[in-house]
Design a protein around this ligand. Structure first.
Ligand code: KG4
Ligand code: ZN
Length: 356
């Protein structure tokens, strides 16, 4: 495959249970490979940090090699390395950062520290091209639920319109699935179980919708408790899991899309981008499509494989930073497991340089 000379960015992701390597050049996805340790965590009902870190150590080199082979490139063809430096599991992040540093040092390429959630946002550019300025972005993952006003992702600060006050949407899916006796990860399991259920069977609450104060905030812990109570109420009888799953999914999809569209309307923004693992949910996608069409808002959702964690999304941010002339990270850069989302680049120097 002919590749524009220079500016080939390798992205590394290792913040949770997926080891991802992706290669992007000038907004174009050249290759990406992902290894998941999800099956190793399933019997514990959630990600075990030590197991995840060890799995990253095993998968790092094969996954990078696989991405390079797919693109028909050698390591020496890479011009820059981007890596998730936060937020995420500390041990998992450290394995990815150590590997990325070693690669960058070996080929004498600049290194960029990337915010994981900015990666989720940038994932969509690989399929649908540059993001319009401004756009509203709904990030819904296992650890985060945020509504953002995004301008130039590589240069401008990211404005948080609303965040979750407690659990993330994905966390709610995962925890309720456990109570319903469904396997980990809970989101896809609830999505599958919901296919045979009635979304109106259980009147689960729609927390925080229609408020005037902090109008774009989310809260999912009450919904989680309501679902657990509903399941408890069936003790001794068979639980109608399909109905419970469909009703829970409907409540989450309703709250997410209603709030996101209110933000688009209130800020006069014509594009909504929905990203993160929960953007893979069939009802979230369908309801977002329905409501965006009715409101005349353009909807962008990355393809399924780019919704969940991967290295291509980190390479996409790295590619934007390289093209924006951002300052690379020093080789002594560290991880930040609870980094707030302020800039796409997680290196203070890079953020300052691009903001200037
Ligand atoms: O973005 P992601 O891969 O990892 C994080 O950065 O957290 O998101 C993982 C989350 C998990 O909570 C998982 O249950 C959820 O995304 N998820 C889904 C679906 N696929 C993944 N939730 C609902 N429906 C799905 N189809
Ligand atoms: Zn993620």
């Amino acid at each position: 495959m002919p590749v524009a000379a220079g500016r080939i960015v390798l992205g590394i992701e290792s913040s949770c249970d997926e080891t991802g390597a992706g290669i992007v050049s000038r907004g174009r996805l050249l290759a990406h490979a992902v290894a998941s340790s999800m099956d190793e965590h399933a019997r514990f009902g959630g990600v075990v940090p030590e197991i995840a870190a060890r799995a990253h150590l095993h998968a790092f080199t094969p996954v990078v090699r696989q991405a390079l082979d797919q693109a028909g490139l050698r390591l020496s063809d890479i011009d820059a390395v981007a890596v998730t430096t936060g937020p995420g599991l500390s041990g998992a992040l450290q394995v990815g950062l150590a590997g990325a540093k070693a690669l960058a040092y070996a080929i004498d390429a600049p290194l960029y520290g990337v915010h994981h959630l900015a990666g989720h946002v940038a994932a969509d550019t690989l399929e649908h091209g540059p993001l319009p300025d401004p756009c509203v972005v709904l990030i819904v993952s296992g650890g985060h639920t945020s509504l953002l006003l995004v301008r130039d992702l590589a240069r401008d600060p990211i404005t948080h319109l609303g965040d979750t006050l407690d659990d993330a949407a994905g966390e709610c899916f995962d925890k309720v699935a456990r109570v319903f006796g469904l396997p980990y990860p809970g989101g896809p399991a609830i999505d599958r179980a919901a296919r045979g259920g009635d979304p109106r069977a259980v009147a689960f609450p729609r927390p925080l919708t229609g408020r005037t104060e902090d109008p774009y905030a989310f809260s999912f812990s009450g919904l989680k408790t309501a679902a657990a109570r509903w399941a408890e109420g069936h003790r001794g009888r068979e639980l109608p899991v399909a109905d419970g799953a469909a009703s829970l999914q409907e409540a989450i999809a309703d709250v997410l899309t209603r709030t996101a569209l209110a933000a688009c309307r209130d800020h006069g923004v014509g594009t909504l981008v929905v990203v993160g693992g929960v953007a893979a949910n069939s009802r979230v996608r369908a309801l977002a499509e329905e409501r965006c069409a009715a409101a005349g808002v353009r909807l962008r959702v990355p393809p399924m494989t780019l919704c969940t964690d991967n290295g291509a999304m980190i390479a996409a941010v790295g590619d934007l930073l390289v093209r924006a002339g951002a300052e690379p990270a020093p080789l002594d850069v560290s991880i930040d497991p609870s980094a707030p989302l302020e800039y796409a680049a997680l290196t203070p120097g890079a953020a300052a340089a691009t903001a200037a």
